[in-house]
Design a protein around this ligand. Sequence first.
Ligand code: NI
Ligand code: MN
Length: 228
Amino acid sequence: MTVSITWHGHATFSLDINGTKVVVDPFFAGNNPVAKTAVTAVDADFILQTHGHSDHIVDTLPLAQRTGAKVISNFEIMTWITGQGHENCHPMNTGGGYNFAFGRVKMTPALHSSGLPDGTYGGDPGGYLLTVDGLQIYLAGDTALFSDMALIGAAGLDLAVLPIGDNFTMGPADALAALAYLKPKVVIPCHYNTWPLIAADAEAWADQVRQETDVQPVVLDIDETYEL
Ligand code: NI
Ligand code: MN
């Protein structure tokens, strides 16, 4: 039984959960300026969509249509995706959880916005708490710091994936503060260095995490994989 997570740059990850491929917020080479992998080279059984912004959803339809993957998202994004011709979707909403074959997925709140690329209302943004293989994995999505992260942390997190790029989401200081609420064993930073507007020094942040918390920071290179 193995669970691994690969970072493709920005907020795009591929999880391999005992052989099931779960892709988070598809934004691949050609669209994502730091990605090295093309969407055509990616395998997916499920796609987890945190919100509707183009830097998270622009490659969702191509990936879903080629692979036949089931797209897990909020209700409004599901409606938009089915309207574009991909019907294999699973709608959720904030606070709700569902047991899939690979594990449990719970949609968590995120403080952000979620309009779709064509201006369609995208519902509320979210994050996801995954319970897979006895592991608790929190994918924060694009979000500000909020103290109710303590409720998510109460699950006993093995891994938290947090944005640190500032400007559109939490910056390094707030991401550090988030760890006090979440108390994960391991943290992986994302949503930084895609563009100058969200430049961040992840190694300096990781040093701070080591000095000020009991959390193990893991700074991934593009297409690097961390095994849980
Ligand atoms: Ni966003
Ligand atoms: Mn974003």
